[in-house]
Design a protein around this ligand. Structure first.
Ligand code: KIV
Length: 265
């Protein structure tokens, strides 16, 4: 199987085929994604909340992102892998940002980096694009700005002009893909239909070129928060807890391990 590349994804948009993306952080879930033919894996900084149990994504480090990306790469060597650049790894200076984004591509199998923001990061996007680092933008609700938004926020039609400006700034700077998070579906539709950049929605309606959800939400493992845009395909947490309850009972009753589960005659 040939590895999915940026060109594969662009062709899908041209042909009107939907792009699938899953945000995940470890070897096994990445392997599941590749086995079922998911196009792209985002190693999202949501790992701060979902994997590390933090309240926000803000304290995730670049070293942690690289560690998780290496595991994902082992599980999904043929999938298009994108790394979320964590908070303060690209906002301090152009030089530091380029070095950090370059480090991700040098040390992992990732083919692109994702940055949150619009006009304020356009110059950086341009510089990265011009030295051969593919960039995915992320506008609408951007979790690294949670404190300035005052919490999760939905971008309605009244914010169309602001979203359009951010989108065009990123696209003109060379971003080949833009994640639209918690954006009114009509705005997402217009942006998708009027641009060459690939749009990937999360809470942005069905007209985006692709859709992304977090693995743990899809399989029902992350019970803490369930935004309106999440579809749980299985109640994973309930199934896992049931298995653990049964294991505990079997050990306590002495029915595990059986003879077949033991070494010897
Ligand atoms: O961190 C993440 O997982 C993300 C996606 C949900 C878009 O940014």
């Amino acid at each position: 199987m040939a590895r999915i590349t940026l060109r594969t994804l662009k062709k899908k948009k041209e042909r009107g085929e939907k792009i699938t993306m899953v945000s995940t952080y470890d070897y096994l879930s990445a392997r599941f994604c590749e086995e079922v033919g998911i196009d792209s894996i985002l190693v999202g900084d949501s790992l701060g909340m979902v994997f590390q149990g933090l309240d926000t994504t803000l304290s995730v480090t670049l070293d942690e992102m690289i560690y998780h990306t290496k595991a994902v790469c082992r599980g999904a060597p043929n999938t298009f892998v994108i790394v979320d650049m964590p908070f303060l790894s690209y906002q301090v200076s152009l030089e530091e940002a380029i070095r950090n984004c370059g480090r991700v591509l040098k040390e992992t199998c990732a083919q692109a980096v994702k940055l949150e923001g619009g006009e304020e990061i356009a110059e950086l996007v341009y510089r990265l694009h011009s030295i051969g680092i593919p960039v995915v933008g992320h506008i609408g609700y951007t979790p690294q700005s949670v404190h300035s938004f005052g919490g999760p926020k939905v971008f309605g039609k009244e914010e169309t002009e602001r979203l359009k400006r951010s989108f065009k700034a990123l696209e003109n700077a060379g971003a080949f893909m833009i994640v639209l998070e918690s954006v009114h579906w009509q705005v997402a539709k217009e942006l998708t239909e009027t641009s060459d950049a690939i749009t990937v929605g999360i809470g942005a309606g069905r007209y985006c070129d692709g859709q992304v959800l977090v693995f743990h939400d899809i399989v029902g493992l992350y019970e803490e928060i369930k935004p309106r845009f999440v579809r749980r395909y299985v109640e994973g947490a309930k199934i896992f807890k049931e298995a653990l309850r049964k294991f505990k009972i079997d050990v306590e009753e002495g029915s595990f391990p059986s003879e077949e589960e033991s070494y010897g005659a």
